[in-house]
Design a protein around this ligand. Structure first.
Ligand code: FES
Length: 749
């Protein structure tokens, strides 16, 4: 780059004929559009923007690196705040946007914001992003089609942004509006818009801005663990606040635009690229680390923000073209990322590049994207969860060029996609879904029984569940974590809270003792999604039998039976009345509840209760093994399928011949292996790197249920009914083996 002595020619040139940033060709693929003009015109004047466009990577890097010659001030200096809104948004404030400042002001503001974007903080967000992605997909997965952009990508990025900023759901609509309004406000520095649109945008923007200022001021007084509080409370060495309240609110507006849209665009673009290389989905599902490469290659090939703009601060020359002081210079990141002088096979989407991050999608120099760590974590995680749940997802046959056509920023508005719903349930079982919840309540509800209440930290609704469901709870113990399963005992209609009842078992393996001794109100606890092996089937009449803490899954069943007008009765036994939890809750049902404390009444008279067969009755029972065994005997003369049980501990399995080794084939991966005596199929699968979910590893939770494609199993679980076991459709691979005489099992894993 050399300084020129002469002023630029009037009527700038060269102009790249054929370049049209508002054309369909550009919106379809900005990189290839640039490639058509780059060789002949590496730098050209674009009259529509009144700016120079720089296309070669080497030149782009020069412009981005030298803030003294190429100032960012031109990005915001011409934004005109309408007179009537200047009491809320002072005119001078707009030029303090991070995107529109140079050092030293830029350094101060950027550093104030940077604390909220450390890699550690971003990594801590990963589980939350994953959980949100699952909850969004829970709502749409059975539909088989949808608008990925609106219903998944933007939903995920907006929810994450709200959580990162520490804004509750009451701000959701405002932040979604602000995204578009901020884009328009920024664009107003570069392009003319109809007066009525400008009016509308500023009206909404000023209202949002006033509301954000109130939040920032409040956060300054009562800081939380969030990004707004971080920025609002930082002080200089002499104790003054680093940023004013309006400055913090302004930066929140910038992040509203950059934080949600760009990553959403990238995820949608990735889906389009992957549709052309379907085998990449399979590869990344096998090796999840590759989702990061998918994201990087997507933004290399098609950056979400394909441009960065600067103002020339003196007369100079780029690639032989003279630029006048004061001219706007737009560097094309899309073009630089596909410059053949730097990238081999620049237009090929290749997730195996040697250095996947070698691109300028997040720009370079002092204005390198602040939120790139968040974008990377969110993009890779969002794509991984999307394809783990819906591996057949692909763009619909017709994908319209549906873009908001703002000054060279191709913002995709929709992406219609389709997927096969046939295996949605099966896929869901293969993916571990967990979330961090807050213990909001803890109460002794009987001798040795504590009721725990959990809520989402964001106050969000919790996943749906049906009576009979249980959840995995990760319980911290000395030296690690134990995963324990507890039934949900609250009402499924209570969408914001789950309740579990936990009996302290002194002779157990330590999980319940740790729950009682360690979990205090306010603790963050990791819980799994509800799973149900004790499904409540519609019937005109029910008999419920509960023993001790076995009452927990029965409570929501009673509520449902009651709501559906079914006839029902409960026989509830326990050692003593004081050891029987939730008796007060059951009082309202009167004599339909028969409480049978053992020290007062002995054991329930099961043969008497079930002496006469009542057709159309279903029996649901949960309790200790002797109770369930006695019940099986008492119901022996009832129709098959009457009894539904849930066990605390695995059913005892006695075999009269020793176990034998057998061969297992995991059909999806094509792996064949021997399952020796003393090892489970699950262990063998894990040894061969096959993804197989598990939790209890004793045949009681159903997590490891796997479809049998060929062969017959010796079922040793405590979940499948005798009829299900006889059907041999699935098996619990943590305990069940190949049936005697079956040398080879083929499993859908
Ligand atoms: Fe619980 Fe297999 S891991 S049933």
């Amino acid at each position: 780059m050399t300084e020129t002595a002469t002023p630029p020619a009037a009527g700038r040139c060269p102009v790249a004929h054929g370049f049209d940033a508002m054309s369909d060709d550009y919106y379809r693929d900005p990189s290839t559009h640039f490639a058509r003009v780059r060789d002949e015109h590496p730098v050209f004047w674009y009259p529509w923007l009144n700016a120079w466009v720089v296309t070669r990577r080497e030149d782009v890097l020069r412009v981005l690196a030298d803030w003294r010659e190429f100032s960012s001030s031109g990005n915001t200096a011409t934004i005109e705040v309408p007179e009537k809104h200047r009491d809320v948004v002072p005119q001078g404030l707009m030029s303090e946007m991070i995107v529109g400042t140079d050092p030293d002001l830029h350094t101060v503001h950027r550093n104030a914001a940077l604390r909220g974007f450390t890699q550690d903080r971003m990594e801590a967000l990963r589980p939350q992003i994953e959980e949100r992605a699952h909850r969004i997909l829970d709502k749409i997965e059975t539909r088989g089609s949808g608008d990925l952009m609106e219903e998944y990508c933007l939903e995920l990025t907006t929810q994450t942004l709200l959580a990162h900023l520490g804004l509750g759901w009451e701000h959701d609509a405002m932040m979604r509006r602000l995204r578009g309004d901020m884009g328009r406000v920024l664009s107003s520095a570069q392009e003319e818009m109809p007066a009525e649109i400008v009016d509308e945008v500023w009206e909404r923007f000023a209202a949002s801005f006033a509301r954000l200022q109130a939040v920032v001021a409040e956060r300054r007084e009562n800081p939380g663990d969030d990004f707004i509080s971080d920025m609002a409370t930082q002080r200089t060495r002499d104790g003054a606040y680093v940023l004013t309240v309006p400055q913090v609110a302004l930066h929140v507006c910038e992040f509203a635009l950059a934080g949600a849209d760009t990553t959403a665009q990238a995820m949608a673009n990735a889906v389009l690229f992957l549709a052309e290389k379907e085998h990449y989905v399979e590869e990344a599902l096998q090796d999840p680390a590759l989702w990061a490469n998918v994201f990087e290659e997507t933004v290399r090939r098609r950056p979400s923000s394909p441009f960065a703009s600067r103002k020339a601060m003196r007369d100079l020359e780029i690639s032989g073209v003279r630029i006048a002081k004061g001219d706007m210079v737009w560097v094309s990141l899309a073009s630089a990322n596909t410059d053949p002088a730097h990238v081999e096979r620049p237009f090929e989407f290749d997730i195996h590049r040697e250095d996947p991050t070698d691109h300028l999608a997040f720009t370079a120099g002092r204005h390198t994207c602040l939120g790139q760590a968040l974008a990377r974590v969110q993009g890779a995680t969002g794509l991984r969860v999307l394809f783990e749940r819906l591996p057949s997802l692909r763009p619909a046959a017709e994908v319209p060029l549906d873009f908001a056509r703002m000054a060279l920023l191709p913002v995709r508005l929709s992406l219609p996609v389709v997927w096969d719903v046939a295996d949605v349930e099966r896929q869901k079982k293969r993916v571990k879904r967990e979330m961090d919840l807050v213990l909001t309540g803890r109460e002794e509800v009987a001798d040795g029984v504590v009721a725990l209440r959990f809520a989402h930290p964001d106050g969000d609704v919790l996943p749906d569940w049906e009576p009979g469901a249980h959840v995995d709870v990760r319980v911290p113990v000395d030296g690690g974590v134990l995963v324990r399963q507890y039934s949900l005992s609250s009402s499924p209609s209570q969408r914001h809270e789950w309740r579990l009842g936990v009996l302290r078992e002194e002779g157990g393996r330590g999980g319940s003792r740790a729950v009682h001794d360690r979990l205090e109100v306010g603790a963050r606890v990791r819980l799994g999604w509800p799973r149900n092996n004790f499904r409540f089937v519609p019937s005109p009449r029910y008999v419920f039998v509960a023993g001790g803490i076995g009452i927990t899954p029965i409570l929501p069943m009673i509520e449902k039976a009651e709501a559906e007008g079914a006839e029902w009765e409960l026989h509830y036994g326990g050692r003593t009345r004081s050891s029987m939890a939730f008796l007060d809750e059951l009082e309202r049902y009167g004599d339909r509840v028969r409480t049978i404390p053992q020290d007062e009444c002995g054991h329930p008279d099961l043969p008497g209760i079930f002496a006469a067969v009542r057709p159309g009755t279903l029996v649901y029972a949960c309790g200790p093994e002797p109770l369930l065994t006695a019940l099986e005997g008492a119901l022996a003369h009832w129709p098959a399928g009457t009894l539904h049980t849930e066990r605390f501990a695995p059913r005892k399995v006695v075999r009269d011949a020793p176990d034998e080794a057998f061969e297992v084939e995991f059909a999806q991966s094509g792996v064949r292996a021997r399952v020796p005596v003393g090892k489970s199929v699950l262990q063998v699968a894990e040894e061969h790197g096959i993804t197989a979910l598990s939790s209890c590893k004793e045949g009681t939770c159903g997590t490891c249920e796997t479809r049998i494609l060929h062969g017959s199993a010796d079922h040793r679980d405590s979940i499948l009914t005798p009829a299900e076991q006889a059907a041999d459709g699935t098996m619990m691979i943590c305990v069940s083996r190949a049936a005697r005489g079956c040398p080879r099992l083929v499993l859908d894993a």
